[in-house]
Design a protein around this ligand. Structure first.
Ligand code: FES
Length: 490
């Protein structure tokens, strides 16, 4: 038997939705849709829900499964699962009113406007069809829209992943006469944090940020309609120094002794080299305590993430080539910044560079000498950086490291992988959105009563600190995992 919690709402009698618990027999691979039917049969519960094809094709059965968008006909039911309606106006139980979003699509006139069919030849059509195949595979289940943190927490001035994907489909169609790029700007093209949640919940695995938003940002930059004024500084800094941010004090690379014979190299990233040099020193100390030597090669430059995320792509190839040359003889390249790690792993191969990159948690998880650790009397929680959890698929290793530290009590927060708002050029370009998301995260952190929130991303660290300060919780520390480890080896 399993327990299933289903959100019930009948506007004739309820002010707001509430969860009801049902117990059913779980059959192998039982889907949410099967479970809802079993509940209705067993309890005569009359739960209202939509479905049609039962094959993941029509999108009508979209629901929230433990807070994330999913298709009821595809998602396997689990014990204690929470099934709720999508974040749209509820008609009854799990049935939502889609007219708001459908009317928006209608108002935006999202249908092809083409007066020049004759000029479009077969090969152009075929090419376009190939290029947009993925974004066209949307089945309109609205899982992405209901899971987007910007839409649901931060601002109404963002059309969200569904609308952005829709616009991009027409923007890249050579038959389209209408200026879709301006539409995308009006709908908040620069309001997306690149958290990747929309792709994680999409039943068709559509990468809305990369294939729609990031691509349209690059077109906006080419047409001088982007980026935001605050983003131009990254480009200028990189042109002048190879780094996206200015240097406070002496750069980390110039402060340390290198081990030129080591086949393990550190990719510092801009924040660590120019602003958070102390984290680099914690790495050296933790590695020394575990008998590991690394090289930190000079001449390395920005990974290009701030440029790729904001659409300023003209310098990226140069950056990739420089780093490829610097790191070509090393066996392992370590990263301490999730954004750098995700960019090196996911974007650089498209530019011709494939290095063996490891996040520091991947590298250290099976190498720590726990006998040498002393007790650290702290309660901590963990924030999954989007570019680590979803961007690199790394969720277990940091938690396993924290659990190895004696004395540390670990408390999971409610949604550890919810975006804090630091990425996608939002922190600099749309600080009010970054702050709203960070404050939502701060509330979750406060509930754990932890002394510190641990993470592996300098951008998340900065934004979480701002959110905690603004939420009256400046006593909760924000620490890189290496800072916590250093305490154990002090
Ligand atoms: S019923 Fe059609 S996608 Fe689930």
């Amino acid at each position: 038997m399993i327990k299933v919690y289903v959100s019930r709402f009948d506007k004739a009698i309820d002010e707001k939705p509430h969860l009801e618990c049902y117990e059913i027999e779980k059959t192998p691979q039982m889907k949410v849709l099967d479970a809802l039917q079993a509940i209705n049969e067993k309890y005569d519960a009359d739960i209202s829900f939509r479905s049609s094809c039962r094959a993941g094709q029509c999108g009508s059965c979209g629901i929230l499964f433990n807070g994330n968008g999913a298709l009821a006909c595809q998602k396997e039911i689990k014990d204690c699962a929470r099934i709720e309606a999508l974040k749209l106006p509820i008609i009854k139980d799990l049935v939502v009113d889609r007219s708001e979003i459908e009317n928006k699509v209608k108002d935006l006139q999202l249908s092809l406007k083409c007066q020049h069919h004759d000029e479009i030849n077969e090969s152009v059509n075929k090419q376009n069809s190939e290029n947009t195949k993925k974004v066209r595979s949307c089945i309109e289940c609205y899982s992405c829209l209901s899971s987007c943190p910007v839409v649901n927490i931060a601002t109404e001035e963002f059309g969200g992943p569904y609308i952005m994907r829709y616009i991009s489909k027409f923007e890249s169609d050579p038959r389209e006469d209408f200026d879709r790029l301006k539409e995308s700007l009006n709908e908040g093209l620069y309001n997306c944090t690149s958290c990747g949640k929309c792709m994680a919940v999409c039943p068709k695995n559509i990468n809305t940020f990369g294939d729609a938003i990031e691509r349209m940002r690059a077109i906006a930059c080419n047409r001088k309609l982007g980026p935001l004024a605050q983003h131009v500084e990254f480009n200028e800094n990189i042109k002048n120094t190879g780094r996206s941010v200015s240097c406070e004090g002496e750069s980390f690379i110039s402060q340390i002794d290198n081990y030129k014979d080591s086949k393990i190299a550190l990719f510092t990233g801009c924040m660590l080299d120019h602003k958070m040099q102390h984290i680099g020193h914690t790495l050296i100390n933790v590695l020394k305590a575990n008998g590991i030597e690394i090289d930190v090669p000079e001449g390395q430059v920005c990974c290009g993430s701030p440029l790729l995320r904001t659409g300023q792509t003209e310098l990226v190839q140069e950056l990739v080539d420089k780093n490829k040359e610097i790191f070509k003889d090393y066996d392992i390249i370590l990263t301490l910044c999730s954004g750098c790690g995700a960019t090196l792993k996911n974007n650089h191969p498209e530019y011709g560079s494939k290095l063996n990159v490891m996040d520091i948690s991947e590298f250290l998880v099976d190498k720590l000498d726990t006998d040498k650790m002393k007790e650290v009397d702290m309660t901590v929680t963990w924030h999954d950086p989007c570019h680590l959890g979803r961007g690199q698929g790394i969720k277990d290793q940091p938690r396993e490291i924290i659990e190895q530290i004696k004395g540390v009590e670990f408390k999971e927060m409610e949604y550890p992988c919810q975006c804090c708002g630091a990425g996608g050029g939002i922190k600099s370009g749309k600080p009010e959105i970054a702050m709203e998301l960070s404050k939502a995260k701060a509330e979750m952190i406060k509930k754990t009563k932890a002394d510190a929130v641990i993470t592996i991303c300098p951008f998340c660290q900065k934004n979480l600190t701002d959110g905690l300060n603004a939420s009256g919780a400046s006593d909760i520390k924000v620490m890189h995992i290496l800072e916590l480890l250093q305490k154990a080896y002090e």
